[in-house]
Design a protein around this ligand. Structure first.
Ligand code: ADP
Length: 477
C-alpha cells in the first residue's frame, strides 16, 4: 500500500503546530502496517537547506514560474519537495512574515495541491500512490485537482487538523486555479461566494478524518462547524475520528536529553531535579506548592484570554504558574504583566522553545489546557507520558484522552487528570482548586501520575485505524 501524504509542515523540518508532529510521526507508525508513505511538502529554504535532493520532474510554467519536484530523505521520512522559488523561497514562517500572511498563499498552496494530484496520477516515474492523503487547507486542493482532473478513481483522504483554518479566498482567484468552470459551484470549490480550499477538499475527498472522535462529532454542530457543519453533516458517513498519537521516542522521560534528570513511573522522585530547573528558569520561589505549566499558542482558541483574566485567582488557589508561549501580542503583554504582578509565583517566557517544552513537561506538576475547542491536542498527551497531570477543558481530543479525577474514577484508581467545562473562567478556577487539593494528597497524586504514564499515547492504535481506512478505500474503488 503506497500513500502520498501532502502537507505544508513536517516535523522536524518545518513546524508551527501539532500538524507537523502528526505528519512527521505517522509515516513511521504506518510502516509496521505495511503502508509506505511518501510526504510532499513545499520547498521552503529551511527544507532545501536540510535535505539532499534529486530532481524527479520539471514543470515548465507552474503557477507563475518554473518548478521541480525533488526527492529526498530526512529524519527517516521519504520526501517529495515542490521546489518553486517564486512561491516558497522567502524568509519568515511558512505562511507569512511579521505576523501577516503572504497575499499569494492561495497560489502557493494551490500549487502544492496540484503537485500532489500530479504525483497521484503518476507524474513521477517509478512511484504512484494507491491513496492521496491531504492534511488541512494547505493541501486540500489535492483531492479537488484529482476530482476535476478526472482521476476520481484514485481514493483520497482529507484530514482536518483544525477547522478554524479553512483557506478562504476571493472568487477572483478562481480563473488562476486551472479548474474547469463547473468547479465554481456549491458542490465544488465555491464557498460563500469565494473559493474555499478546505471546503473543496472536504467535498472531493473519498473519506474525511479528523483527529479525535469527540471533535468528529463537534464539527457537525453550528457551534464548532465554522460554517462547514452543513457539508460535514451531508458527508457524515465518510467522517472518521482518529486520535493522534505522539512520537514516544522523541518524548520519552527515560531518555530525554532535554531533561535535567531522566525518570520512569518507578522513579518519579527524580522529577524534582527538572522541577528545580523549571523553577530557576522561570524565577519561581522554591516550595512544595503545585507547579502548573502552560505550553501553548497564545490565542483565543487556546483560552489564553481566560488564563489572563483568571491569573490572579489561579495564583490565589496556591498554584505557581510557568507559561511558555507565543502568539497574540495583546496576550503576550498581558501574561508578562501578570507574571510581573506575581513575581516568584509566576513566570512567562515568550517564544517558541522545543527544549524548554520538554523540560517543563518533565518538571511541572500539572499542565493547564483551557482551550475553547481542541481538535486533538498534543500537549496533554506529552504530559500524560511525563507524569505531568493534565488539567484540561472538556472538549475535542482533550475530552477523549484524559480521565477526570471524579470520586468514582479516584475510587476505581483510574483517573489521569482533571476535566472542566470549557469557555468558563470559574470552571478553570474550580479545577485549579481541585488540583491543589489533590496535589496535597501525595498518594492520590502519584497514582494519577502513574496512570497517566501507563496510558497508551503512541501511534500504535491510530496507525492501525488509518491503515484500515486506506485498505477499505482501496478495496471499495
Ligand atoms: P496546536 O497545533 O493547535 O498549536 P497542539 O497541542 O496540537 O496545538 O500542538 C502544539 C504543539 O506545539 C505541541 O508539540 C507543543 O508542545 C508545541 N508548542 C506550542 N507552543 C510552543 C512553544 N511556545 N514552545 C515550544 N513548543 C510549543
Amino acid at each position: 500500500m503506497k500513500v502520498l501524504s501532502v502537507a505544508s509542515e513536517v516535523h522536524p523540518l518545518v513546524k508551527t503546530g501539532g500538524l507537523a508532529d502528526v505528519v512527521g510521526a505517522l509515516p513511521g507508525a504506518l510502516g509496521a502496517h505495511g503502508v509506505e508513505v511518501r510526504t510532499l511538502l513545499p520547498g521552503y529554504p529551511a527544507v532545501l537547506a536540510a535535505v539532499e535532493t534529486k530532481t524527479l520532474h520539471s514543470y515548465g510554467a507552474f503557477f507563475g514560474g518554473k518548478a521541480t519536484i525533488l526527492e529526498g530523505e530526512a529524519a527517516g521520512l521519504q520526501l517529495f519537495i515542490l521546489d518553486a522559488p517564486q512561491l516558497f523561497d522567502r524568509p519568515g514562517g511558512p505562511y507569512g512574515a511579521n505576523g501577516g500572511d503572504w497575499p499569494d498563499n492561495w497560489r502557493r498552496y494551490a500549487a502544492l495541491g496540484k503537485a500532489g494530484a500530479d504525483i497521484g496520477v503518476g507524474i513521477v516515474a517509478g512511484w504512484k500512490p494507491d491513496i492521496v492523503h491531504a492534511h488541512d487547507w494547505q493541501a486540500a486542493m489535492a483531492p479537488a485537482y484529482l476530482r476535476y482532473g478526472g482521476a476520481t478513481e484514485l481514493p483520497s483522504v482529507m484530514t482536518i487538523h483544525n477547522l478554524a483554518f479553512q483557506g478562504q479566498f476571493p472568487a477572483a482567484i478562481f480563473p488562476e486555479l486551472g479548474l474547469p468552470p463547473a468547479a465554481m459551484a456549491i458542490d465544488g470549490v465555491e464557498y460563500y461566494g469565494g473559493v474555499g480550499f478546505l471546503k473543496a477538499g472536504l467535498q472531493a475527498a473519498h473519506a474525511i478524518t479528523t483527529v479525535s472522535p469527540t471533535y468528529a462529532q463537534e464539527i457537525r454542530t453550528p457551534a464548532f462547524g465554522m460554517g462547514l457543519d452543513g457539508l460535514l453533516n451531508l458527508r457524515s458517513d465518510s467522517i472518521h475520528g482518529i486520535l493522534n498519537g505522539i512520537d514516544v521516542d522523541a518524548w520519552n522521560p527515560a531518555t530525554d536529553r532535554h531533561l535535567a534528570a531522566t525518570y520512569s513511573a518507578r522513579t518519579l522522585g527524580a522529577r524534582k531535579a527538572n522541577r528545580k530547573a523549571v523553577e530557576e528558569r522561570f524565577g519561581l520561589t522554591r516550595d512544595t506548592s503545585p507547579l502548573a505549566i502552560v505550553i501553548s499558542r497564545l490565542t483565543w482558541q487556546k483560552g489564553m484570554d481566560i488564563l489572563v483574566s483568571e491569573f490572579d485567582r489561579l495564583v490565589a488557589c496556591g498554584l505557581r504558574i510557568a507559561v511558555l508561549g507565543a502568539g497574540d501580542a495583546g496576550l503576550e503583554g498581558a501574561l508578562l504583566a501578570a507574571a510581573a504582578r506575581h513575581r516568584g509565583r509566576a513566570g512567562v517566557v515568550i517564544g517558541y522553545d522545543e527544549e524548554l517544552a520538554h523540560l517543563m513537561q518533565g518538571g511541572g506538576d500539572a499542565i493547564l489546557v483551557p482551550s475553547r475547542f481542541e481538535p486533538c491536542g498534543l500537549t496533554q498527551l506529552y504530559a500524560l507520558r511525563y507524569g505531568c497531570v493534565p488539567v484540561v477543558a472538556r472538549t475535542g481530543g482533550l475530552a477523549d484522552t484524559v480521565i477526570d479525577a471524579n470520586e468514582a474514577a479516584l475510587a476505581a484508581d483510574a483517573a489521569t487528570g482533571l476535566l472542566f467545562a470549557p469557555d468558563s473562567g470559574q470552571a478553570l478556577v474550580d479545577a485549579a482548586r481541585r488540583l491543589a487539593r489533590l496535589h496535597a494528597e501525595p498518594a492520590r497524586w502519584a497514582s494519577m501520575q502513574k496512570h497517566g504514564m501507563r496510558t497508551d499515547v503512541s501511534w500504535e492504535n491510530s496507525a492501525a485505524r488509518y491503515a484500515e481506512l486506506y485498505r477499505s478505500l482501496v478495496a471499495g474503488r
